[in-house]
Design a protein around this ligand. Structure first.
Ligand code: TEU
Length: 568
């Protein structure tokens, strides 16, 4: 890929299950996306990323795929998909698919064959291992390693049929594919080419830094012992950024992307370091265009599980500043606050009270979109949608929330209220409540019963109201997105962090040739004066507050205010 059009683009993530339901079964679908393409075109984004729409038992809402080359019947069929693709392309929107190939569903024919016998030709397509040396297969503690899965429990599932265990870093219905096997890789590449030939414009690659793994034939205990109070160990040194990761991504590039233009590739990489990201995204390495790193969304989690720590702005700035500096010369950043795995940013780093929700949502958008990199907007973020008021564990549906809860409460004896407090703040279902289109009973999402309850605040927060209101979060996001197109310094300028020790203001400049932008966001509900000189008389390009009470000069920020100034 020689062109890097995506440096000037904004991506919008659709979680199809929760976006819009056209057939009334309570579950979003592709027709629902087609029906709302104009909302997306009006917002002005360039690319749509669809979370998985492939056939799936839906154990992890589609991140468990049982057929990579078809559409989940709940969502539609290939014909509807082609219609969506055409409708998007007509409006100048590209479509990027989710690529989930670290693991498949346990109901995928590949896995059904693999588990059928030790001699099956596909046995080695997944990670099968015998019980720990000298232990009875299936007995407690006999798992090949002591690794804990992301969704709770062991990463190993014992399979009676052949008396061995298979590896699943996520749920037991998501067995890990064995990328060491070249047949697996070729099957994945063929599938990717099939989608590209159909017209899709790229891939968001799920946990792609986990595809290269190492462990001894018997499986070794990691670090000798378990952390105090934990039922399982962290196995990530055995599967994050494994020894063949760069090789696999380069091979994929050669086999799938080489010679094709106009694509976007982004690798989701929990735990990726800046140095690794530079290697992955340096165009000369021929791997991928950008990565999703996680440092800035792990900043409010304590080192112990189930501990929430309040946001410390200086830490957030240090993290994002390090990523900006690290990828300044080579490689490229992706920018996100939200996705289907993260709580709503206005509830998390902003203030979702009626008084400050709109201002803080716009402030957070301003800070993110003015960084150097490609911004991602997650559905509903452009409305300032908030976390959901979950009452109890019964209201959560996410396999991660339920699995973590079970492990924490039943196996580790933690206080259920502590765990709930954590899940209310950080649980993934916060992002997955239905999109709020209007103030009707199910927010215009469905005429049926929504699979996850609609947030009761949809009577206030919804797309219809915001499209009609020029001061809404929606129209502010539109202006932010437009600014990337009209002001070259937004996409191409360099980045300099200011006030790194300030706990209240997030401030930086962007410079391209003679144009310099100053961006400041007030992360508090108080008026704050910014100690930044030299900007008297600069042009105010954008601010999130139309009526600013404070008359005391350009660099005094009202509660949750954001400003963008320009000087030449
Ligand atoms: O997420 C990878 C991942 O690491 C997440 O588990 C994340 O760290 C966690 O959910 C935060 O709470 C990807 C997908 O985005 C996620 O939806 C899938 O569940 C997961 O992979 C497995 O496919």
């Amino acid at each position: 890929m020689t062109d890097s059009w995506w440096k000037k683009s904004v991506v919008y993530q659709i979680y199809p299950r929760s976006f819009a339901d056209a057939d009334g079964d309570g579950m979003g679908d592709l027709r629902g996306v087609i029906d709302h393409l104009d909302h997306l075109a009006e917002l002005g984004v360039d690319v749509l990323w669809l979370s998985p729409v492939y056939p799936s038992p839906q154990d992890d809402n589609g991140y468990d795929i049982s057929d990579y080359q078809d559409i989940e019947p709940l969502f539609g069929d290939l014909k509807t998909f082609d219609e969506l693709l055409a409708g998007a392309h007509e409006r100048g929107l590209k479509i990027v698919m989710d690529l989930v190939v670290n693991h498949s569903s346990d109901e995928h024919p590949w896995f059904l064959a693999s588990r059928s016998s030790k001699d099956d030709p596909k046995r080695d397509w997944y990670w099968w291992r015998p019980a720990r040396d000298g232990m009875e297969p299936g007995a407690p503690g006999a798992e090949p390693t002591n690794w804990g899965s992301v969704f709770g429990g062991s990463t190993w599932e014992f399979d009676q049929a052949t008396g061995e265990y298979y590896l699943h870093l996520f749920s037991r219905k998501q067995p890990d594919l064995n990328w060491e096997n070249p047949e697996v890789r070729q099957a994945v590449y063929a599938m990717m080419r099939w989608w590209l030939d159909r017209g899709v414009d790229g891939f968001r690659m799920d946990v792609i830094n986990m595809i290269s793994k190492t462990f001894g034939p018997d499986g070794a205990l990691l670090d000798g012992q378990l952390p105090v109070g934990s039922a399982y160990a962290d196995g990530s040194s055995g599967f994050l950024a494994g020894p063949r990761l760069h090789e696999f991504l380069q091979e994929m590039h050669r086999e799938v992307f080489a010679g094709r233009e106009g694509l976007l590739t982004v690798g989701e990489m929990p735990g990726v370091t800046v140095d690794e990201a530079i290697r992955h995204t340096d165009p000369d390495q021929h791997e991928i265009d950008m990565v999703f790193q996680f440092d800035h969304v792990w900043v409010d989690r304590g080192s112990e599980p189930w501990r929430l720590v309040p946001l410390q702005l200086t830490k957030l700035k240090a993290i994002l500043g390090r990523w900006q500096a690290g990828l300044a010369e080579k490689g490229w950043n992706s920018l996100y606050w939200n996705n289907h795995d993260q709580p709503r940013v206005v509830s998390r780093y902003g203030d979702d009270s009626p008084e400050h929700r709109v201002a803080s949502a716009k402030m957070l958008g301003t800070v993110l979109h003015l960084h150097r990199g490609t911004p991602y907007v997650y559905q509903g973020e452009e409305l300032g949608m908030t976390n959901h008021p979950f009452r109890g564990i019964d209201e959560f549906q996410d396999i991660e929330a339920l699995g973590m809860y079970r492990q924490a409460v039943e196996q580790e004896g933690r206080d259920p209220e502590d765990v709930l407090t954590f899940l209310r703040a950080q649980g993934r279902d916060n992002a997955r409540t239905p999109m709020q289109w209007d103030d009707s009973p199910h927010a215009g999402f469905t005429t049926g019963t929504p699979w996850l309850p609609v947030n009761p605040n949809h009577t206030e927060i919804n797309a219809a109201a915001q499209r009609a209101d020029p001061d809404s979060v929606f129209h502010y996001y539109r202006r932010l997105i437009e600014l990337r197109r009209t002001e070259p310094a937004v996409a191409d300028g360099d980045f300099t962090m200011l006030l790194p020790h300030d706990e209240r203001l997030y401030a930086f400049t962007r410079r391209l040739d003679r144009t310099e932008l100053l961006v400041i966001g007030n992360f508090t509900g108080e008026t704050v004066r910014a100690e930044i000189d030299g900007w008297d008389g600069a042009e105010l390009v954008l601010t999130n507050l139309t009526k600013v009470a404070s008359p005391t000069g350009v660099l005094t920020l009202a509660p949750w205010q954001a400003v963008i100034y320009r000087r030449m």
